[in-house]
Design a binder for this molecule. Structure first.
Ligand SMILES: Cc1cc2nc3c(=O)[nH]c(=O)nc-3n(C[C@H](O)[C@H](O)[C@H](O)COP(=O)(O)OP(=O)(O)OC[C@H]3O[C@@H](n4cnc5c(N)ncnc54)[C@H](O)[C@@H]3O)c2cc1C
Length: 284
């Protein structure tokens, strides 16, 4: 397992900007994330200071090149879990594990909610967004995981590991992940009374479930926040003016903290977080 002073989760402007400051401040810095996100998707950016008119993808690549040139390491991968161990943090992509004394959450805006009938009605009444937080209550019970990617596979593995009887529901999509039973049919709705009782598939079959864990797409900073017990405000990670969360050593920056969803704010947040992380590590 490789150890770093700081790991920034995400490769966008918030993470890359923070890495400039931590790397220049002498901290061993890792950026880990996917070539995706809001900046990567933005076709044209014309309002960022001194950048003229450029594509989001070009700005994204230039940001990473600059962080690398200043000494940060960049690893491509999807992070599925972050754990706080007291003294430090573990950051886990699917097949690796990294440790760091400080972590910056910079994964951009939170994932969208899948459009499934009943998801809102049973939210908190059987529908959960965090296996680590709620899985315990459903040990030895039949539960579903909604999703088809690495994050869903990781949540399913965790729930199986604590004794839940897990089925992965991909809602009409193929999945490369196994290890638990998979139902690939489209979902018609979630059903129940006061609480969730199961899922009805498009063909009419009803599959009884005590809980459905939603793990659609890629885990967001808000998902990581729930895993670790960080305060959130809706889908935004709560931070103070130093980009600190309520967990020492854990910072958040950019779109994942809400407010102005613009490159300039993400870069500013990243700079603030980078400087504060250097101070935190020096005082530790
Ligand atoms: C179409 C579009 C046009 C835009 N136009 C403008 C504009 O003209 N001007 C402007 O200022 N702003 C614009 N924006 C907004 C701007 O792109 C964002 O505010 C900015 O990119 C936020 O930076 P960020 O670093 O917080 O997040 P992002 O740029 O979203 O970067 C997040 C990073 O985290 C990674 N990530 C997420 N989850 C995980 C995970 N589980 N594991 C690993 N990595 C993960 C992503 O892959 C990505 O690398 C636009 C956005 C879009 C979508």
């Amino acid at each position: 397992m490789t150890e770093y002073d700081v790991i920034a989760v995400g490769l966008g402007p918030a993470a890359a900007s923070a890495a400039n400051y931590t790397a220049m401040g002498g901290c061993k810095t890792l950026l880990i994330g996917e070539a995706a996100g809001a900046l990567y998707r933005a076709g044209k950016i014309a309002n960022y200071y001194a950048a003229g008119e450029t594509s989001g993808k070009e700005l994204f690549e230039r940001g990473l090149d600059q962080a690398r040139a200043l000494g940060a390491e960049v690893v491509y991968g999807q992070v599925v879990e972050i754990a706080a161990n007291g003294e430090d943090f573990t950051v886990k992509p699917a097949s690796e594990e990294y440790r760091a004394k400080a972590v910056l959450l910079a994964t951009g805006a939170a994932r969208s909610r899948p459009k499934v009938e009943g998801l809102d009605a049973f939210d908190g009444k059987g529908v959960s967004w965090c296996a680590v937080c709620d899985g315990f209550f459903y040990r030895k019970k039949k539960v579903g995981v909604y999703g088809a990617g690495e994050y869903a596979a990781s949540e399913a593995k965790y729930l199986s590991g604590i004794g839940c009887e897990v089925t992965l529901f991909t809602d009409g999509r193929e999945t490369a992940f196994g290890g638990v039973p998979v139902r690939a049919e489209k979902i018609a709705k979630l059903y129940g009374g006061e609480t969730l009782e199961g899922v009805q598939l498009a063909g009419g079959e009803k599959v009884p479930l005590s809980a459905m864990f939603v793990a659609e797409g890629v885990a967001s900073s808000a998902d990581f926040a729930k895993m670790i017990g960080i305060e959130t405000a809706g889908n935004a990670v709560k931070v103070n003016e130093k980009c600190e969360t309520n967990v020492p050593g854990l910072y958040a920056a950019g779109d994942c903290t809400g407010g102005l969803l613009q490159v300039a704010k993400a870069v500013s947040d990243g700079a603030i977080a980078g400087v504060q992380i250097c101070r935190y590590l020096k005082n530790k």
